[in-house]
Design a protein. Structure first.
Length: 540
């Protein structure tokens, strides 16, 4: 990923992503309000190995993000309706959508006892934007004036600090953008905009292994490929103070193994049930089973940098889309736990629209063959879909491939990578052979997050190499709107143009199909699909 992780890349079959929002809503059916609670009790949750060190601007996938969100708190967050909630910020004000004044709540401290100040944010953002520091999400700062001097597309940097960031006093700083952006405050909820303590800069690499944050939990230990442990930070000033003593993020290579541990009491919370266990998990867990919608989408994306897809006619991809029987696959293989997609923006996001006025999401083998033929055919008449084996994707990938082959005669196979880390590394290094599974979950609840942050030519979430001047121009137009309502509408118009270019093939919207053990209560899942860690209570 180049730059910003716009949304979290999702590890598991239900696309789980960035951490839990402090104020998000969710299901808590079956939680036992009468149980005696141990306020210092710790609980465990299933994750995979994070791809990168735990630096806020270096996490673009769900395994690292859920930990980072526990350790750091940014300026704002969102409630379950998508409304902005002030966290470390007391206020973020602007009269023109270009210059923003941020006032911090006083008294916040990092886990090492040092104060969180305006400088803690400004210095952290400048460090993350600097290409020399190789942060995967650096492009998230590109809206800020002076970013192009720090991280130019060509040539050497002209500056080490963005001119658009100014410290006013210990608790106040200003942000000036290149041009007005009506939804900029929404972007500030993404953890890339977290502050960093002064100790971080002495050894950033070591700090990524033992992070010092300002969030509801403080770091305890990281045993790679085994577990990460965090403990409640008792001096935390946020509204989402932990109701438990800490969290153990247990590493699993297979969701099926995690589910067996959940049933036997060796694991407390799961983020997603594997397809194999979907038919039985509700009967197994009873009122501890979770089934709810969240804002994420599963797609498959061509690697446009490959010879196969470099100059492809979009009609070929339209045809492949119409060769996928989404209804049958979601009802059978995925046990009704997904809903066929009708666009690129996930449900629950501001600007979601259920109908783009196209039939490319409809299963129609005859039309699929016709479109592929009109587009010049699939080069080599075969494709593969890369996915991570540890995420419960094998079954649906095989079903999608079978549907495509049956409808069109195009040979299709799965290309499994051992784990999510290996899958992401292959994408980052442009080693995808044909296509790849590209699940995305919201970073902020606005449609631009699923469009600009994935399909803009230079966006860091754009791993496929898709580039189209018309789309880039439409992004620029939507970002230049005077109001957030106008920007939302323009992005809706952009989404309706995407079938002409097919940057990816949407498959289905996700649900959280998860569960928890008898040891915990108060378990809720947020709009991004992750459990709200701070609200979990451990029974005595």
């Amino acid at each position: 990923m180049r730059g910003a992780k716009s949304a979290k890349w999702v590890a598991i079959a239900a696309v789980v992503a960035l951490g839990a929002t402090a104020c998000g809503g969710g299901s808590d059916s079956g939680n036992d309000s009468k149980a005696a609670i141990d306020p210092n009790g710790k609980f465990s949750i299933e994750v995979g190995e994070p791809q990168n060190p735990l630096q806020p601007a270096n996490t673009m996938e769900s395994n690292g993000s859920i930990v980072t969100r526990a350790l750091f708190t940014g300026l704002v967050d969102y409630d379950s309706s998508g409304k902005i909630v002030m966290m470390n910020a007391q206020s973020v004000d602007s009269k023109d959508n270009k210059t923003f004044t941020v006032k911090l709540k006083p008294g916040w401290k990092f886990h090492d006892g040092t104060p969180v100040t305006a400088e803690s944010y400004v210095k952290a953002w400048n460090w993350a934007a600097n290409p020399a520091n190789k942060q995967t999400n650096s492009f998230w700062f590109s809206d800020i004036k002076g970013y192009s001097d720090v991280a130019p597309e060509k040539g050497k940097p002209k500056a080490t600090e963005m001119s658009g960031l100014k410290v006013v006093d210990d608790n106040t700083f200003t942000i000036t953008l290149n041009s007005p952006l009506p939804y900029f405050v929404y972007k500030l909820g993404y953890e890339v905009f977290s502050p960093l303590p002064e100790s971080f800069y002495k050894d950033p690499k070591a700090a990524g292994e033992k992070p010092v944050g300002n969030g509801p939990y403080k770091f305890v230990s990281w045993q790679h490929k085994k577990q990460i442990e965090v403990a409640r930070y008792d001096d935390y000033k946020g509204s989402n103070k932990a109701k438990n003593g800490g969290v153990i993020f247990k590493n699993y290579s297979k969701l099926e193994t995690a589910y067996q541990d959940l049933k036997s009491g060796n694991l407390d919370v799961m983020r997603q049930i594997a397809p194999r266990d979907l038919p039985v998990y509700k009967a197994d867990l009873g009122d501890r089973a979770v089934d709810q919608a969240y804002s994420s989408i599963q797609t498959i994306a061509p690697a446009f940098y490959t010879k196969q897809w470099k100059d492809i006619d979009p009609k070929v991809l339209q045809g492949l889309s119409m060769a996928i029987d989404r209804d049958t696959i979601t009802k059978t293989v995925l046990q009704g736990t997904r809903e066929p997609a009708t666009g690129w923006v996930a449900k629950g996001v501001l600007g979601y629209q259920p109908d783009l006025g196209t039939d490319i999401f409809k299963y129609d083998p005859a039309k699929a063959k016709q479109l592929i033929k009109e587009g010049g055919g699939v080069p080599g008449n075969k494709i593969s879909i890369q996915y991570n084996v540890d995420g419960g994707h094998k079954e649906w990938v095989e079903a999608v491939c079978g549907s495509i082959t049956k409808a069109t005669g195009v040979a299709c196979t799965g290309d499994g990578k051992a784990d999510f880390q290996a899958d992401l590394n292959a994408r980052d290094n442009q080693e995808v052979k044909s296509m790849y599974r590209s699940g995305w979950v919201l970073d902020y609840p606005f449609n631009a997050n699923f469009l600009r942050d994935l399909f803009g030519t230079n966006s860091s979430g754009n791993q496929s190499g898709f580039s189209n001047k018309t789309i880039d121009d439409l992004i620029k137009k939507a970002d230049g709107a005077k109001t957030i309502e106008e920007s939302q509408s323009l992005y809706q118009q952009l989404e309706k143009e995407l079938p002409k270019y097919m940057p990816s093939i949407p498959l289905w919207y996700y649900k959280v199909n998860a569960g928890y053990s008898e040891k915990v209560t108060g378990v809720k899942y947020a709009q991004d699909g992750d459990p709200i860690l701070t609200g979990v209570q451990v029974k005595k």
